[in-house]
Design a protein around this ligand. Structure first.
Ligand code: ADP
Length: 528
C-alpha cells in the first residue's frame, strides 16, 4: 500500500512541476502564433512600403534636379528671356525621358518659349496652352508659393499622341537672375521616364528578392517590371507622386508574404512540438529512474529483513540443539545423531548465506578473482550433489542425475561453478513445496556445454523471468509461501556465468516447474 502511493506522489509532482507548465506554455504559444502571423505579415508589408516610398522619393528628386537645371539655364528678360539653344539641346539630349521644356507667361495664357523633340510639336503647343488655361488656380498657387521662396512642382496628365496617359507635364514657377517669376514646365514621356530613369533604381531595390512593377491605374496595364515573367499581383502598391496615372507595386519573389509568415509559424510550431517531445521524454526518463530507484530501495530493505531472518533461524536452531545436547538430557544415540546432523546442516546453511553475501559484495565491486582451469562439469555436478545429498535427503528429494559422459572439458573456476549450482539447487529445494522432483543433467547443445536443473515447483511467471536475476529481487508470491531468501542467489549465479563468457537461462511453466540452464561456450574455451 505504501509504495504505490509514493510512486503516485512522484508522478503527481512531475505532473504539476513540468507537464502542467508545459501544457500551459504550449497552449499559450500556439494561441499566440496566429497573432504572430499577422505581426510578421505587418512587418513585411511595412518593409515593402519603405521600398515603394524610396522609389517615389527618387523620382521626385530627379524632377527637382531637372527643375533646378531649367531655372539655371534661364536667361533674364532683357537677355531675351529664353534658354540658350545649346542648353536646350543638351538638356533634352541628356534626358531622354523629357519630351519638351517650356515657359509661359505668369497668367498661363501664352506659351513664351518651347524647346522639344519630335514631330508633333505644333499640336502639342496648342494642347499645352489649353491645359494651362484650365489650371489657373494651380498657377496662382505656385506663384504664391514661389513668392515665399518655395519652388513646388505639380504634375498634370498630358495625353499626347502616344495615347491616353502617355505623358505628364510638371509645372513650377522659377525665378530668373533678377528674381522675376516665370511659369515653367517640363513635359515628360512617362513610360520612358519609368524605363530609363526609374528602371535601374527599381531593379536595384528589388535586389533579386522582390519583383517591382509599374502599372497604369486607369486600365491596370503593366508598364514595367523589374523582372521578366508572368506578373503575379503585387502585394503592396502605391501611387507614383509624379504620375497621376501610374502606380508602383511590389511583391516578394517566389512566395507571398502570407506564405512566408505561415511557413515561419509552422516552423515555430515544429520547434514547439520537438521541444515538448524532448521535455516529455525527459520527464518519462526521470520518472522511470525514480521508480526503479524506489523499487530498489524497497528491495534493499526487504533484503535486510530477509537476511536477518535467515541468520536468526539457523542460529536459534543450532543454539537450541546444542544446549539440549549440552544438558545431556537426550536418551538414545539415534536422537543425538539427529541433533548433530541438524546442527551441521544449519551451520552449512549459515556459511552458504555468509559466503553468498561476501562473494556478492566482491562481485559487485568487480573484485572477485576467478581461476579458470579445464574443468569436468560432470565431476563438479557429482561433487555438489554429494555434499548436498544430506540436505536433499532430509527435504525428501532424491534427484535424477543424467550426465552425458561425452561432454568436453570447459575452462571454468570450480568454486564459482559450484556456488552457482548450489544456489540453483537450493532454490529448487526451497521453492518446490510438495513436488519433490529434481533432475540434474549435463550435455552439449550447439556451441554450448550445459548443466540443467529441473524442478516441478510452482514455476516463475513470465513477467518475472528476467527480473529473478536482478539483485535483491524476489517473486512477490513466493514470500507468502514462506521460503526465506535474500534475492541474491540468482544474481550471483548470473554474475558467475557472465564472468565465464556463458549464460544462465530459465524456462518455466507456472504451476509445472522451472528449468535453469548454465551454458558454457566450450569452443571458445578450448582455444585457450
Ligand atoms: P532467493 O534468496 O530469494 O532465493 P534468488 O536470487 O535465488 O533469491 O531467487 C530470486 C527469486 O526467484 C526467488 O525469491 C524466487 O521467488 C524465485 N525463484 C528462484 N528459483 C526458483 C524456483 N526453482 N522455483 C520457483 N521460484 C524460484
Amino acid at each position: 500500500m505504501k509504495k504505490p502511493r509514493t510512486i503516485r506522489g512522484v508522478a503527481l509532482i512531475l505532473l504539476l512541476l513540468v507537464l502542467l507548465p508545459l501544457l500551459v506554455f504550449t497552449v499559450y504559444e500556439i494561441s499566440g502564433l496566429s497573432g504572430s502571423e499577422s505581426f510578421v505579415t505587418d512587418i513585411y508589408r511595412r518593409q515593402l512600403d519603405i521600398v515603394l516610398f524610396s522609389i517615389n522619393q527618387f523620382a521626385w528628386d530627379v524632377a527637382n534636379t531637372w527643375a533646378g537645371a531649367v531655372e539655371n539655364g534661364w536667361k533674364p528678360a532683357e537677355a531675351g528671356g529664353s534658354f540658350s539653344p545649346v542648353f536646350a539641346r543638351e538638356f533634352l539630349g541628356k534626358n531622354q525621358a523629357i519630351d519638351a521644356v517650356f515657359t509661359a507667361d505668369s497668367t498661363g495664357t501664352e506659351i513664351t518659349f518651347m524647346a522639344g523633340r519630335g514631330a508633333d510639336e505644333k499640336p502639342a503647343h496648342v494642347r499645352l496652352a489649353l491645359l494651362l488655361a484650365g489650371e489657373r488656380p494651380l498657377i496662382d498657387r505656385l506663384l504664391m508659393l514661389s513668392s515665399r521662396n518655395y519652388r513646388k512642382i505639380e504634375s498634370r496628365t498630358f495625353p499626347d499622341s502616344s495615347g491616353p496617359g502617355g505623358g505628364v507635364v510638371l509645372l513650377f514657377v522659377m525665378r530668373d537672375i533678377r528674381g522675376i517669376p516665370v511659369l515653367a514646365g517640363i513635359r515628360l514621356h512617362q513610360e520612358r521616364f519609368v524605363r530609363e530613369v526609374l528602371g535601374e533604381r527599381m531593379r536595384e531595390a528589388a535586389a533579386g528578392e522582390f519583383v517591382i512593377s509599374v502599372f497604369r491605374t486607369s486600365n491596370g496595364d503593366r508598364v514595367f517590371a523589374s523582372e521578366e515573367g508572368p506578373g503575379a499581383d503585387p502585394e503592396q502598391r502605391r501611387q507614383l507622386w509624379l504620375f497621376p496615372d501610374l502606380a508602383v507595386g511590389i511583391r516578394l519573389k517566389g512566395e507571398t508574404i502570407q506564405q512566408v509568415a505561415r511557413s515561419r509559424v509552422s516552423r515555430d510550431i515544429m520547434i514547439l512540438v520537438v521541444l515538448d517531445a524532448v521535455l516529455l521524454s525527459g520527464v518519462w526518463v526521470v520518472f522511470r529512474s525514480v521508480r526503479r530507484e524506489m523499487e530498489f530501495v524497497r528491495l534493499k530493505s526487504d533484503f535486510v529483513s530477509n537476511v536477518s531472518h535467515d541468520l536468526r533461524t539457523p542460529l536459534a536452531l543450532i543454539r537450541m540443539y546444542a544446549e539440549t545436547l549440552e544438558l545431556g538430557r537426550l536418551v538414545g544415540e539415534e536422537k543425538k545423531q539427529e541433533y548433530y546432523s541438524t546442527i551441521v546442516r544449519e551451520t552449512e546453511r549459515l556459511s552458504r548465506l555468509v559466503n553468498n553475501l561476501l562473494n556478492f559484495s566482491r562481485m559487485e565491486a568487480g573484485r572477485r578473482p576467478y581461476t579458470f582451469l579445464p574443468l569436468d562439469l560432470n565431476a563438479v555436478v557429482r561433487g555438489v550433489l554429494d555434499s548436498f545429498s544430506p540436505h536433499l535427503g532430509s527435504e525428501g528429494f532424491s534427484p535424477i542425475v543424467d550426465l552425458d559422459s561425452a561432454i568436453p572439458a570447459v575452462r571454468a573456476d570450480m568454486e564459482a561453478v559450484q556456488e552457482a549450482l548450489i544456489n540453483i539447487l537450493d532454490n529448487a529445494v526451497k521453492y518446490s513445496g510438495g513436488e519433490k522432483y529434481l533432475r540434474v543433467a549435463t550435455g552439449i547443445r550447439m556451441d554450448d556445454v550445459y548443466v540443467e536443473i529441473e524442478d516441478h515447483g510452482p514455476g516463475i511467471p513470465p513477467e518475472y523471468r528476467e527480473r529473478v536475476f536482478e539483485t535483491f529481487f524476489r517473486v512477490p508470491s513466493s514470500k507468502t509461501s514462506g521460503a526465506k531468501g535474500s534475492g541474491l542467489g540468482l544474481a550471483i549465479a548470473r554474475h558467475i556465468m557472465e564472468a565465464h563468457g556463458g549464460r544462465i537461462d530459465l524456462s518455466s511453466t507456472p504451476g509445472r516447474g522451472s528449468t535453469f540452464t548454465l551454458a558454457f561456450r566450450y569452443e571458445h574455451n578450448t582455444h585457450h
